[in-house]
Design a protein around this ligand. Structure first.
Ligand SMILES: Cc1ncc(COP(=O)(O)O)c(C=O)c1O
Length: 432
């Protein structure tokens, strides 16, 4: 008998939009089509309320006072840590470090692990698809330690060329492999499992930037294969100012602290200082308390909707966007086909500067990004200075993509015959 096929998980984006106060406003007299969630996600009332309630009823500093209010604040803060642990299936809250952002989490690993473990003859591998925050720290720490820095190239569709790995391994002793799980510039879903297996075969650690993945899909760090994983709350409907570093306890144990100060110490004397236990060794000073509580509320919100439903929704939107954008003459889309892409679509309109495209769309109430997306090495590889990017989330509806496409027709009309046909070079889009 054939096994029953489960219905794919779904969500009702129209209904969810009602949770987000931002959508009650008009911009240039039009409803907001917010197609820039990759830069930061909008906030639902549930998160805003939870943060306000925390400040009104339970706020003081954590891990310090012995009075009831201090215990309550600490409980809420540590409760948020447990929610983060559950979100990514980490083995223990000892492995969850609160940072200021994904950027700080990645710098933490680069400095605290890199400075003590890299040297001449070692190779630090990142990818050409990296956001600067998982590229520049490794490039700089490699330079300081006189290790070699070697990015994995991408092909014309913005997919990693894994056949370059053998040549990279011949450059020296590979010690770090750093990649994102989902590219913020192109939406490419990267083969972290395969890269982690290769990294470990070289004796290297695997660092995964999940800033564009953790808000959009289920992540199980015990299965993913990486050793460190970083993301930010503000991209998952939470507040700014808090991020997460997950790391394997045995690696975190062996690392020196990143910042020194209060809270991260066990004992301080004039002669010597010893370190607090995990994760506090990496949380010097007052942590982002209210922000962590807000992040916990955001995780509750996403979990109730279901990460699978969110992923599925965005996947359908990306496929729809690719289909609709193909109808607009002169629009060239970067990146992989829908099946290997998350809810991010980068494109250019031939002959029109991306900033002009975004400005005309803005007049229609459509918010998209124009720029290099903090991925200048990738832009250089693609042969462009910038692209336009539309990115989706749980509150995105297909009508917003229709408005994007309509706006692009207006762009074409505005720039008239000055816009030349889209290039469709045989190399798949890379200009050399
Ligand atoms: C893939 C990726 N990594 C890292 C970051 C940095 O995140 P944050 O600015 O929150 O530190 C971003 C932000 O856009 C991103 O898209």
């Amino acid at each position: 008998m054939a096994a029953a096929i489960a219905d794919p998980p779904t969500l009702d984006a129209d209904r969810l939009r009602a949770d987000f106060p931002i959508f009650q406003q008009r911009f240039h007299g039009k409803p907001l089509a917010y197609l820039d969630s990759a830069v930061s996600a909008q906030k639902p009332r549930q998160v805003l309320d939870a943060q306000r309630e925390f400040y009104e009823t339970s706020y003081t500093n954590v891990h310090r006072g012995v009075y009831l209010l201090a215990e309550r604040a600490t409980e809420r803060f540590e409760g948020a840590r447990e929610k983060v642990r559950a979100l990514i299936d980490a083995a223990s809250t000892r492995e969850i470090v609160f940072t200021r952002s994904a950027t700080e989490a990645l710098n933490l690993v680069a400095y605290a692990w890199g400075l003590d473990n890299l040297g001449p003859g070692d190779v630090v591998v990142a990818t050409e698809l990296e956001h600067h925050s998982n590229f520049v720290p490794w490039q700089q720490i490699a330079e300081r330690t006189r290790a070699r820095f070697h990015p994995i190239p991408v092909n014309g569709r913005g997919e990693l060329q894994l056949d370059a790995l053998d040549a990279i391994a011949k450059q020296g002793s590979v010690k770090v492999v750093a990649t994102n799980l989902v590219s913020n510039a192109l939406g490419t879903i990267n083969p972290v499992g395969a890269l982690a297996a290769w990294a470990h075969a070289q004796g290297a650690i695997m660092v995964c930037d999940a800033a564009q993945a953790a808000p959009h899909r289920r992540i199980d760090v015990q299965k993913l294969g990486c050793d460190f994983l970083a993301f930010s709350a503000h991209k998952l409907c939470g507040p700014t100012g808090v991020g997460v570093l997950w790391g394997r306890a045995e690696l975190l144990e062996r690392m020196a602290p990143f910042n020194f100060g209060g809270e991260m110490i066990r004992k301080v004397t004039v002669a010597k200082t010893t370190w607090n236990e995990l994760p506090y060794k990496f949380e010097a000073g007052t942590p982002p308390i209210g922000e962590a509580v807000g992040m916990g509320a955001a995780i509750d919100y996403l979990s109730e909707i279901g990460m699978e439903a969110i992923e599925q929704h965005e996947h359908a939107l990306a496929a729809y966007a690719l289909e609709r954008l193909a109808e607009v003459p002169g629009v060239h889309v970067f990146g992989p086909p829908a099946e290997r892409r998350a809810g991010i679509v980068s494109f250019e309109v031939a002959g029109v500067h991306p900033h002009d495209v975004a400005q005309i769309l803005d007049r229609e109430g459509v918010a998209i990004r124009a720029g290099h997306h903090c991925c200048q090495p990738l832009m250089a590889r693609l042969g462009v200075a910038a692209t336009n990017r539309a990115s989706f989330y749980l509150y995105t509806i297909p009508e917003e993509i229709d408005r994007l496409v309509k706006g692009l027709h207006t762009v074409k009309k505005t720039f008239g015959s000055g816009a030349s046909p889209a290039r469709r070079p045989s190399d798949g889009g890379i200009r050399r």
